[in-house]
Design a binder for this molecule. Structure first.
Ligand code: ATP
Length: 135
């Protein structure tokens, strides 16, 4: 069994889709290990997106993820990292496959509802950042 860090980004909260998105992860069989709604500041955004801070898409991404509350969670299950990314779908909601969270519910490359850790190393780093008591 594996753990992964998931964010329901501020668009999910703003659009009233927290329950809808969470239901998909739960229905898949993933267990919620930790969950908390938070309104993060720029420093937390920079820490989470450390690998992207120099990219040209990052300043608007930072503004977006700090624009309102988000829900951070740790999900657990067999191959949870890959399973979550499959459920999330491609980064760009306009291109993501139907049946995925982004494919069904998002129409943007930036405001794409969810984040999921992309590797075991990222998951360990992100879980330690968001939920230090679990690290
Ligand atoms: P995440 O890491 O959030 O699960 P991802 O792995 O699909 O998503 P990354 O390439 O890691 O995507 O980019 C992180 C986030 O930055 C994306 O989820 C999206 O919100 C934003 N982003 C990525 N590329 C672009 C872009 N070209 N234009 C605008 N926003 C972007």
């Amino acid at each position: 069994s594996q753990r992964t860090l998931v964010l329901l980004k501020p668009d999910t909260v703003r659009r009233g889709l927290v329950g809808t998105v969470l239901a998909r992860f739960e229905a898949k069989g993933l267990r919620i290990v930790a969950m908390e709604q938070r309104h993060i500041d720029a420093a937390q955004a920079d820490a989470h997106y450390a690998e992207h801070v120099e990219r040209d898409f990052y300043p608007p991404l930072r503004d977006f993820v700090t624009s309102g509350p988000l829900v951070a969670l740790v999900l657990e299950g067999d191959q949870a990292i890959e399973v979550v990314r499959t459920l999330n779908g491609a980064t760009d909601g306009r291109k993501a496959a139907p049946g995925t969270i982004r494919g069904d519910l998002a129409l943007s490359n930036r405001e794409n509802l969810v984040h999921g850790s992309d590797s075991e190393e990222s998951a360990a780093r992100e879980i330690a950042l968001w939920f230090p008591h679990l690290a």
